[in-house]
Design a protein around this ligand. Sequence first.
Ligand SMILES: NC(=O)c1ccc[n+]([C@@H]2O[C@H](COP(=O)([O-])OP(=O)(O)OC[C@H]3O[C@@H](n4cnc5c(N)ncnc54)[C@H](OP(=O)(O)O)[C@@H]3O)[C@@H](O)[C@H]2O)c1
Ligand SMILES: [Zn+2]
Ligand SMILES: [Zn+2]
Length: 342
Amino acid sequence: MANTYKAVEVSEPGKLRVVERPIPQPGAGQVRIRVEACGICHTDAATVMGVYPGLTLPRVAGHEVVGRVDALGSGVTRLKIGQRVGVWLIAGEDGVCEPCRRGDAVNCQNPVLSGVSADGGYAEVMIAEARGIASVPDELSSAEAAPLLCAGVTTYNALRNAGVRGGDLVAVQSIGGLGHLGVQFARHMGFRTVAIGRGREKDKLAKDLGAHVYIDAAAEDAAAVLQRMGGARAILATGTSGAAMGALVSGLGVRGKFIVVGVPQDQIQLNAFPLAFGGRSVYGSLTGTPIDSEDTLGFSVLENIRPMIETLPLEKAAAAYARMMQGAARFRMVLVTKNGGA
Ligand SMILES: NC(=O)c1ccc[n+]([C@@H]2O[C@H](COP(=O)([O-])OP(=O)(O)OC[C@H]3O[C@@H](n4cnc5c(N)ncnc54)[C@H](OP(=O)(O)O)[C@@H]3O)[C@@H](O)[C@H]2O)c1
Ligand SMILES: [Zn+2]
Ligand SMILES: [Zn+2]
């Protein structure tokens, strides 16, 4: 077996470079994974541009990772060699901070972050914390499972924890990597599902994904359309524009919830009136825990939900990343390796 592997590292801000590295050994509580597929999430931009807080370069980005365990560190008993597993952003809580001690591990104050504090999945090999790993069901190919580990769990968890009921009007704002999965989950959870994108081109795609209604926010006032429909019980905001988010809050019905999962660079401007008059709320939601990811994979198998993906070989990471940043991906770029991820 070769004693080196290929990785794509961010060597300096904005630069993705293919490098050859010696194969590492997993430490205590860790496993080594032969990566088969890794999705490209918009959050990777914070690593690629070198701006994620606490990040040091060089770093391998990527936190939608599926592969097979090929070496176990000491003390790892739960996982087996050859098992197909998934890793995502929050790849291991510290277990000792206040949120962890209160059972809120997703909000750990000092987690291992794939692609930020530890090397991620734009690589043929990755070291991961055994405690932060999900098993991947056989029904999903590695390339299909990968986006479910960030785009999927983030939207699935936000929707299932929103306190909405079957038949409620639920809107998903922005139809990208997260949004196109959010639309599918909303439909399969039984909500009256509205997709909000920009441009007519996404109308058919959104309906194919299960949206009952598509609103073209470039042509119409999306908040006004939602109000005419009775007001949304929940809006899942997945996009990268704070201005677009702020403008949509008034599309909520009384006591409606605006759930922020997209992390725009610009501020979200809020009008106090729809918040105070009608008890509407705005709050955030961050990805999920290992068991939330396993639930996401399980629900996707149960309801036959799959991400729409475009695959490229690992070595083309820079081109795949550029396509995501241009908003051209339909809807998730997934890197596949020679380990057999397609
Ligand atoms: N909370 C979490 O745990 C979590 C997890 C993963 C990602 N994220 C964040 O979620 C966001 C989306 O990630 P992604 O991977 O889905 O990104 P993506 O695939 O690049 O999709 C982003 C979408 O944002 C919309 N958009 C872009 N520019 C816009 C503008 N100027 N005005 C209105 N909409 C605009 C576009 O949708 P339309 O063309 O349909 O408008 C685009 O498809 C990122 O900020 C990412 O960091 C958060
Ligand atoms: Zn992500
Ligand atoms: Zn913690």
